[in-house]
Design a protein around this ligand. Structure first.
Ligand SMILES: Cc1ncc(COP(=O)(O)O)c(C=O)c1O
Length: 369
């Protein structure tokens, strides 16, 4: 039986056409399409300070460099893709794990505040499945202690908080356009900076310490005073052209996911066992993932089996990061919220490939569980 997949890439006809057109021009590297894509992202991310990159992991590296975390501590959440946390180690930061709210998967602002020390350089937060964290409390903590906030919005393109797009609030916010995200550029990402000065610095870090728009091209050589060692993290015109063909669909994709999520939520209200993630009143998720909280590990396995027998794929998506050997040197205490959420969560299919009858079938299973 062909299963309803948990994730499926979205690729519009225009994206395919655009990529093919760029591939037949002499300019396939970073060029005008990248600039055009960055401009088109502005209303979706609530800021003019957009830097596209080759993937969101690269954006994390740049954000951590800008936040100057080397040798300092970064408070982070274990409840995420390891892509959030591995760059902290690679950029020379020490991770201090904070607990999460087990009802939402979002980092707990009160626990963040408890874990601040003189060495804290940044706070990394993650919008699990595109469900916004408490940006008001978290940003006021950042302000109070003079600590930079980095928002992992890899999964949150199109989500809003207080009616403004995610991207409008913190020092650094990054998005992913990886294959299965709400829209993809095959691979890609964007970093949003609060300050223009960080945007300029980030632009240099993105490409070998050089702002490509500012280098002087002389007769036979180009000139630029390279002051910082950068990376090769830029987006190229082929992937940007794909993004330009995908963005016009974002509104419709969001609407569809929100309708599907509303049906799932109603079904879960009827279930004796299941719950879904709490959503803050200020927040409007993009529902990139729909997370069911099953009450226990055993009950999750039962639901997974039931869905599977009915041709429906489901899964945990990510597991807590703090127990991986790679993070053995990080600071860890009892993380009860993480344990509970990690044991209970199960993500079910949501997105353009889930038909109305699929939604009905899944909802019936949820309601009677
Ligand atoms: C929460 C989270 N952070 C970071 C990333 C890294 O994004 P990318 O694959 O674009 O590097 C991902 C997933 O891809 C993610 O889900």
């Amino acid at each position: 039986m062909k299963k309803i997949p948990l994730f499926l890439p979205f690729m519009s006809k225009e994206a395919v056409k655009n990529a093919s057109a760029v591939l037949q021009t002499p300019w396939i590297g970073e060029g005008p399409k990248v600039k055009e894509f960055e401009k088109k992202l502005v209303p979706w991310v609530g800021s003019n300070n957009v830097l596209t990159v080759n993937n969101a992991t690269s954006a994390i590296h740049i954000a951590l460099r800008l936040a100057n975390v080397r040798g300092g501590e970064v408070i982070s959440t274990p409840m995420t893709c390891t892509a959030t946390n591995e760059p902290i180690i690679n950029e020379g930061g020490h991770i201090v794990w904070a607990d999460i709210n087990p009802n939402s998967g979002s980092i707990d602002p009160a626990d963040i505040e408890k874990k601040i020390t003189k060495k804290t350089k940044a706070i990394m937060i993650v919008h699990w499945g595109g469900n916004p964290c408490d940006l008001t409390k978290i940003n006021s903590i950042g302000k109070k202690y003079g600590i930079k906030i980095i928002e992992d919005a890899a999964q949150a393109l199109g989500s809003t908080y207080k009616s403004k797009p995610i991207g409008s609030y913190s020092d650094y916010v990054f998005f992913s356009f990886q294959a299965i995200k709400i829209i993809n550029t095959v691979d890609g990402g964007a970093l949003i900076t609060r300050n223009k000065s960080d945007w300029w610095k980030g632009k240099e870090l993105r490409w070998y310490g050089i702002d490509r728009d500012k280098r002087k091209v002389q007769d036979t050589y180009w000139d630029y005073p390279i002051k910082v060692a950068g990376y090769k993290f830029h987006m190229n015109d082929v992937t940007a052209a794909i993004g330009l063909g995908q963005l016009p669909y974002l509104d419709g994709l969001l609407k569809q996911r929100r309708e599907q999520a509303a049906i799932y939520r109603n079904a879960i209200n009827e279930s004796k066992t299941l719950k879904t993630v709490e959503v803050l009143s200020e927040a409007k998720p993009n529902w990139w993932m729909f997370t069911v909280l099953c009450g226990s590990k055993e009950s999750r396995l039962k639901l997974w089996k039931k869905l599977s027998e009915n041709g429906i794929d489901s899964g945990e998506a990510h597991i807590r990061n703090d127990l991986y050997p790679v993070f053995k040197n990080s600071k860890r205490d009892k993380l009860d919220g993480v344990t509970k959420f990690n044991n209970e969560k199960l993500c079910i299919p949501i997105g353009y490939w889930v038909t109305k009858s699929d939604v009905r079938k899944i909802s019936d299973i949820l309601a009677s569980f």
